[in-house]
Every structure is written in C-alpha cells, then in structure tokens.
Design a protein around this ligand. Structure first.
Ligand SMILES: C[S@@+](CC[C@H](N)C(=O)[O-])C[C@H]1O[C@@H](n2cnc3c(N)ncnc32)[C@H](O)[C@@H]1O
Length: 664
C-alpha cells in the first residue's frame, strides 16, 4: 500500500479543494514529497491533519500561520507594566526606521546609554565611548563584553543615529531594553520564535518560591531566557536572601543572540560589584543538547524556570533529528521539547516551573508530553493565570513539577484565588492523560456515578459531518433568500432544543467552497446540530435537511433503540453540561469529547419518557416559563436516572449556573 497521496486524494481526504491544499502547503500545514517528479503528500501527515481539523485545532493553526507572516509591531506593555514608556519606545522605533539601523546596533547603543545612566561608563563623547576608553573603573568583563559585541557588529557606525539614541533621556528600570527589543521585533518574528517575554512580577514569584526552599548553593536555569526576566528575578532573589550564592550559578540559554547579549548585560549590571562572566549563552537548547560540549555537558540544575516558546517553527530538515532524539514527543510542539529537556536537565528533587498554554492540560494533541510528565515528575501545582500576553489569546497556566522517581498524592491547584487539592493519580487513569484540574475530587465522584451505569457512547456509532467552510463568507453567504440558494445554519442560530428562523443562505457549489461534505450528508432525514465554538453543549434536532456552517457541526447517531431526540435531551441537560465542563473545560465542542459522554442503557419506558419531554421542549418557546419548567423536569429525570443525591444535584446545578469555568 502506498504511503503517499496525490494532491486530489489529499484534497478529498481533507474535504478541501486542491487550491486550498496548495495554500496549506504554503502555510506549512502540509509538506510535499516529490515522487517521480510528482508532488505527493505523506499519508500519515494528511490523516493527522484531518484529525486536527476534526478536533477544531486547525483554527488555532490558521491563526498561528497568519501571525507568523505579520510585520506588525506592538509594544508589549504587559511585560514592563509601564504604559508611560510607550512614547519613548515609539521614538526609538522611529529612529531605527529613519536611519535603517540594524536591531543589534540599536540595542548595543541603548546598552551604552544604560551603562552611562548606571554610572558604570563615564558620560564621554560618543567617539570615545565607542572605544570604551574610560576614566571610571569599568570591570574587565564588561569591557570585554562591549568590545566583543562591537567587533561582531562589524559595520561602519552610523554616528548620527547613535548620537540620537545616546541623547535620549531614559529612566532605565527593570528590563526596559528587553521591552524595547520586543517592540522592535515584528509580530511575525515573535510568533515564529515563540518569543513573548514574561512580566517581572510573575518571574519573581516563580524564582522566589523554589529558591527559598533550597539550602546551600543552587544552580538556576532559564533554558530559553530571552533578555533574562527570569535571570534578573533569580538575581534579585539572591540579593534578597543575603546568602552568598554566586551570580555564576544563574544560567541562561537562548537561540536569539541579541537577547542573550541583553540578558548578559542585565546580569552584569545587577551584580556590578562582582567582576564575573555571566553563564548566559547563545545556544539552541533543542539541537545542541546532545552535543559533547565542555561547558554544558552533564551539567544539571536545581531549579529551572521559564516561559518556553510555544508553537515555534522547525525547518523540514530538522524534523528527522527531532523524531530520532526525542521519540516520545510526537507533536513537534516546541514547549513539549522544553518540558522534556528541562526535566532531563534537573537534579533529582529539583524544581521546574513553566508558563504554558492551558491547552497542555487537556487537548488530546498534547497527551505525549502529559504522559512524559506523569512518568518523570511529581506535579506540585497548577495556577491559572488566564491571559497575560498581549496579542496571545490563549489562557495561560503555570505548571510546577518536581523531578522525583516516586509520585505523591495530592496536587494543590491555585486558580483565581480559590485553592483546592485533587489527587493527581487520577490523571494517569484519564483518557489521553488529561489533567482535569477544574474537577475536584468531589466532582470526580459525581462524574464517576454518571459513568457507573451500564452505558454506550457515540464512539463508532454515529456519522459526523463538519459544517461548511466557505473561505469567503462575505461573498458566498447571503442574508436574504435567493433563487437556488439554501438556508444554512450558523452556531448562533442554534439554541438548546431550538433552531432560530433562517438568517443566512448559501448556494451549495462544492468546488467553490473551501471545505464541505457532500450534499447528501447534510440532507440526512434526521440529524442533530450543535454549536461548535462553545463552552456549553447546545444541541438541536433537525429534520428539515438544513446545511450548516463550520460554527455548527452535525452528528447523526446510529445506536439501535436510542432515538436522536433522547441523545439531544441528555446532552442538553444540566448534568451533561457539568460532565462536559469538568472533564474537558473546552471552548469548542469536539467530536472526541462527545464520543466520551456516557449514554446509559435505558429501559424503553425511560426512553419514551425522555423522548416525549424532548418533543415538548422543542415545542415550548425558549424564553417561556413552560420551557423552564420542562427543562427542570428533564434535569430531575436525568438526576434520578443516575441516582444523584440531593447535595450532588445542588453541586451540579450551582457549578453550571455560576459558570465557574475559569475560561469563560
Ligand atoms: C516565550 S520567550 C520567553 C523568554 C523568557 N524565558 C521569558 O520568560 O521572558 C521564548 C524564548 O525562547 C527562545 N527560543 C526559541 N527556540 C529556542 C531554542 N531552540 N533554544 C533556546 N531558546 C529558544 C526564543 O528566542 C525566546 O527568547
């Protein structure tokens, strides 16, 4: 059997046109291989992508691809926390653009400006400053650093521009040069390298927590330190602790040579009373890691703190190296390599604390790294930080691990001020090793009850149809009916048990649409339609053969003796909302989630009773009191089916009502 597919077969598999295949190839989702001079696509890549589309991950990929090509610049004011610095930063960007200065040059001169500000260099005329001829006693190491940097720049200095940068009256505090550097980089660059730096307060919390627990000397590393916010935080902590921990014990690596230079200067200034050479190196952690290297080989650390790159890009030629050297990472996700390498670089008993996207906890895609964590570390804490990076919309968590062989029970979770303990041993038993942290042990008991009845599920017992992706809604959708056009549902047209009156129409022409199933699949005699982009389960019944857009997906259950309306009623009920929310805490209703929901084997009398109630709910208008009364009746019936105790019912209702899902 061939391992490759041609372009047409690929398009068919993915439900897209051949033009979209080529587009996706340009955006890097698909990597072609040439066979007998014909473009082919690896079958397993295509099938993997298909799974991602079905899981709703393609939107995320598409967003990423757009960002990676963006030449927009913006000031990451959440990093410095000082919006008043924005005019100054904008002025610097203006100077860089007007004189076509290289970023490295600009940063070099700003470092000189800062060294003068800190009174480490004398305020001499520029020409002299550039020779580092100084009256004040500048440390040998700083002198060497600047000399080397200037040599590396290897360009004729643009004295006029340099003077303008040097004349700027800057009130340097924190890692202002890091903020400026981030602001000069384009969004595309930041997204490709995954470089969004962490606000200092967060870095200080993370550094402080574990440094305080360690006795004696300790080695601290940020394996992708950027301009060094974590290194500065560790340095400040050393100062605070008043113990003699040598600044050489703070280590940093980064693939970005300019960021490394800024980090080195930052540390040299923080420890200006030490003449030392910071252990901060320009290094690609993923590729150099296995090389025999005198400084780095066999070096282990006690504390590793960072915000590793998320979704950084790898080149095609790097892929085989990654697969060979890190076989347990299947996703090619950059933060997963940093978790794995970080744990490998730790001494036993050492701590790792990372800022990561919340999706590491529950998305099936990341089960590889969850499994690695469960096998190699104890989970100490998970904090929910919601959104902390401007222009990065993903909710963010802090994950703290300890490298030990044996696992401990009890995992404290601190999220939005409420703190509770859960038994992390549960994660080992979860499908895909999901870290379902919003699910307390008490909640887990309720969910276990729902699964304790003999049950079946939609897994392998349903047809799934994705909504249509037009590729151009403006052109291909109409807000009024037209001859030959058909009514199409959007997610917002669907409510529990109801479909709103028609608001959009489309002309179904598969070749013009970016992604569409065959017409026959939308035209099933009866089907369930559900909101796809939603943290809630919202299902309606359709026997009018309506089409749907990609915000509304379709499922046609095929379980003998289990009517569609009964499945709709169960999924719409408060208990199922509770299970869905606690188990998956998802913002999209994925097929894989729905396939995991239990459908209890019921007596035919119960089936009939639920079906009748579903019909009544369909008939009652959504904002009618009657609807509310019937919905309460349904909830009661479902609670009774699973034998929930009064306090369990109360918990379910209140958790769903307060919408305590931290992502909402
Ligand atoms: C999200 S930033 C975080 C920087 C810093 N740790 C912080 O928290 O502010 C990620 C950093 O990873 C660096 N990076 C990306 N790939 C790397 C690699 N293979 N090896 C080392 N550093 C890398 C980027 O240059 C960037 O500075």
């Amino acid at each position: 059997m061939s391992n490759t597919l041609n372009i047409k077969e690929t398009a068919r598999q993915l439900g897209i046109t051949t033009t979209t295949v080529l587009n996706w190839e340009k955006q890097g989702y698909l990597k072609p291989v040439k066979e007998n001079n014909v473009l082919q696509y690896q079958k397993h890549h295509v099938l993997r992508l298909k799974e991602q589309i079905e899981n709703g991950e393609i939107d995320r990929l598409a967003n990423r691809a757009n960002k990676k090509n963006s030449s927009r610049r913006f000031v990451p004011d959440e990093y410095s926390g000082k919006p008043e610095e924005i005019p100054l930063i904008e002025k610097i960007i203006e100077i860089v653009q007007a004189h076509e200065l290289q970023v490295a040059e600009c940063i070099f001169v700003l470092c000189l400006n800062r060294l003068v500000y800190e009174k480490i260099l004398d305020a001499l005329p520029l020409a002299e400053l550039l020779k580092f001829y100084n009256k004040s006693s500048i440390s040998e190491n700083i002198k060497q650093e600047l000399n080397l940097w200037q040599l590396e720049l290897d360009i004729e200095p643009n004295l006029e521009a340099y003077q303008e940068l040097l004349d700027l009256q800057i009130n340097f505090s924190g890692d202002l040069i890091g903020t400026i550097y981030q602001s000069i980089l384009t969004e595309g660059h930041k997204s490709k390298e995954g470089s969004y730096y962490t606000p200092s307060e967060l870095c200080e919390n993370m550094a402080g927590e574990y440094m305080n627990q360690m006795k004696g000397q300790m080695k601290i590393l940020d394996p992708c330190c950027g301009t060094g916010p974590f290194l500065i935080a560790a340095g400040k902590q050393i100062r605070k602790m008043g113990r003699l921990i040598k600044p050489e014990n703070i280590w940093g690596y980064d693939i970005d040579p300019i960021a490394v230079k800024i980090a080195r200067i930052n540390l040299m200034i923080l420890f200006r009373d030490f003449n030392f050479n910071p252990n901060v190196y320009h290094r690609d952690l993923i590729y150099n890691y296995t090389l025999d290297d005198k400084i780095h080989k066999n070096r282990k650390f006690d504390i590793i703190i960072s915000n590793p790159p998320w979704g950084a890009e790898f080149k095609v030629e790097q892929l085989s190296f990654l697969k060979e050297n890190y076989p347990s990472i299947l996703t090619l996700e950059s933060f997963s390599y940093f978790v794995l390498i970080g744990l490998n670089l730790l001494n036993t008993g050492g701590f790792l604390s990372y800022i990561l996207p919340e999706s590491i906890l529950n998305i099936r895609f990341h089960k590889d790294i969850r499994q690695f964590i469960l096998q190699n570390a104890k989970i100490l804490k998970i904090f929910n930080h919601k959104r902390i990076f401007k222009n990065v919309f993903t909710p963010v968590i802090r994950l703290d691990l300890q490298k030990i062989a044996e696992h401990n029970k009890g995992l404290p979770i601190i999220s939005n001020g409420t703190s509770y303990q859960i038994n992390s041993a549960r994660f080992q038993r979860n499908i895909d090793f999901v870290f379902d942290i919003y699910n307390t042990d008490r909640d887990a008991g309720i969910i276990a009850k729902a699964y304790s009845l003999n049950h079946t599920s939609l897994l392998k017992q349903a047809d799934w149809v994705l909504g249509i992706v037009t590729g151009n809604n403006k052109e291909l959708l109409s807000k009024s009916p037209k001859k030959g056009w058909q009514h199409i549902l959007k997610g917002t047209d669907i409510e529990k048990f109801h479909i709103k009156n028609p608001r959009h129409w489309i002309q179904y022409d598969k070749d013009r649409l970016q992604q569409a199933a065959s017409l026959a699949r939308y035209k099933a005699k009866e089907k369930l339609v559900y909101k796809f982009i939603s943290s809630k389960l919202v299902f309606a019944y359709d026997n009018k053969k309506r089409l749907s857009l990609n915000s509304a997906n379709i499922v046609i259950p095929k379980i003998p003796g289990y009517p569609l309306k009964v499945i709709m009623a169960l999924f719409n009920s408060t208990l199922y909302q509770f299970i869905f929310k606690k188990k998956f805490f998802a913002l999209k209703v994925l097929r894989n989630h729905l396939e995991q929901l239990p459908l209890p084997i019921l007596k035919s009398s119960s089936i009939k009773q639920i079906e009748k109630l579903a019909d009544r709910l369909i008939l009652a208008s959504a904002d009618d009191e009657l609807f509310a009364a019937r919905f309460a009746e349904l909830d009661e019936l479902v609670f009774n089916l699973f034998g929930l105790l009064p306090e369990e019912r109360k918990r379910v209702i209140s958790e769903v009502a307060i919408n305590s899902n931290l992502q909402d």
